[in-house]
Design a protein around this ligand. Sequence first.
Ligand code: GTP
Ligand code: MG
Length: 608
Amino acid sequence: MSRHRNIRNINLEDEMDDDYDDYDNYEDEEESESLYTYDRNSLSANYYTYLTDSGRNSPAPPAPPSSNASSSYYPPVSTAAPTAGPASAVPSSIVRNLTAPSLQQQKPSKHPNSRPSTPQAGSNLNTPKRTQQVKNLQTEAASPSGSRVSSEVDLSTFRRNQLQNIAKATSVPRKAVKPRAVEKDLINLIVVGHVDAGKSTLMGHLLHDLEVVDTRTIDKFRHEAARNGKASFAYAWVLDETEEERERGVTMDIGRTSFETTNHRIVLLDAPGHKDFISNMITGTSQADAAILVINATTGEFETGFENGGQTKEHALLLRSLGVTQLVVAVNKLDTVDWSMDRFEEIRNNLTVFLTRQAGFSKPKFVPVSGFTGENLVKRMDLSWYDGPCLVELIDSFKAQEPQSDGPLRIGISDVLKVASNQLVVSGKIESGEVEKDDKVYIMPSVTPATVKECANNDGWKHCFAGDFILLTLQGTFEPESVQAGSVIVRSGPDTLIPAKKFEVRLVVFEIATPIIKGAKSELYSHSLCMPCTFTKLIYTINKSNGEVLKQRPRFLAKGSTAVVEIETEHDVAIEAFTSCRAFGRVTFRSGGNTIAAGIVEKVITPQ
Ligand code: GTP
Ligand code: MG
């Protein structure tokens, strides 16, 4: 495959997935942003929700680069940015980013300020009924306290020396253990799409039809939602669990739950569609193996989400750049257009071109559904023009990924649940390796030593492996803010993770109006991490068709270009080369409320 070249001695050929073979057919037809995005193969996880809630189961010519680096700000690409827009069998809540030194009670995680949210200046609203709701959200999201910026740690010389000692330490040999045999493979499934596409309703209805959520609960939700003037959101309440979300009728943070299909255990991640909460969507996507992209088929709504700067394209690009290759497109709300075949085909044709040629999905599957009325979710519907599988059959056809249990320990912390000066409870996903009670570990980037006091995955297993989503109780001496979402748990020895501020990244530039120049500021996203960063060097651009270096030290990076750059983060962060750990080597850059680029870390530049 022509684009899979050795670049600067890093051979990524092996990292490629066969899916790209199909995708290669499109390579010459049109510039594709996906050419240098890569597949992930070490996935599958589970969620703490089980632990705490068991039983519930032609490109425009680039504008000339500014000579003033400090003015390099990247406005939104699109011409418009329309965004608008219990006692139950639902996941229990958690606390994110708690940093107070005293033990705290659990609070709902789905707080608007729990993750960064970049307000969109002048955002349009796609439905008048949400105007006020979205304005409220934007006001809240504008608050700097809404930032999810992770682990603001700058390593002192003392810590750097400590780090060197940790890396020099001989690794303690681990006894050979076989990962548990499981009956059904685990798939982490993220549901994405433009705000109001009906994601939560679709999934709530599916869970009800699968009898994961009982009718009494739905009736109760219907009753309560009606009292709040939101009767149509009853199914959405299964996943929209916080008061704010229910009041506003907008998902703000990832809703998590699980169910089983014939062949798989599914961990469901219901992402927010609103642009202000995109960082939560990115975190969820970084943990997903497969995705459902929900499209609102209502007249005018598909166009709003897709063509006019809505979230459909950005979500699809983010999925792909974060390594998700398996995609089902649920064409939803078809009841509002009388189950029109023409509308379904129109949406399918438009999306197929974008998804295959620009986003790089090889074979997206389309299914007509109505999350509201429930057709084609778990039972095939009687439709003259569609006799394909229903939604749950398509979910069942996803393939699970092989977890990397024999690699060095890497646990990405996604939430800090309880904090005390000597004890922490965190949740996270093991990306590689295995962990059990009494293990000595380090938390990066703050280089905090800790001992694992307790550890369990969703099924209660105490010895946890790559792919597991776990709860960990850690003992040590913890300084405020030293452990946050985006921190990574590792072991000592040569395989430890060395935090850094400078990285060489190979990236592809998305649809941006103003080219990226040296000194440009951006936000870097990787696993659960968000950190301000600067493009400190534009090292060279790459010819997409043959992987050769096009130009050394380019003055700017226009949309669609592929390049190697040096970036510097504001503080030390725990990310590493893609070749060492895929999950922590994938990065996404956002600026001005848009995703401007995505890529992989080629090199970590540590201070000498
Ligand atoms: P965010 O998470 O905030 O992005 O929204 P969402 O995509 O989860 O949409 P949600 O499920 O909250 O539904 C938004 C509105 O669309 C609600 O009023 C739903 O009742 C309605 N809705 C969802 N699915 C359908 C459908 O299939 N048909 C009809 N007629 N309405 C639907
Ligand atoms: Mg929702």
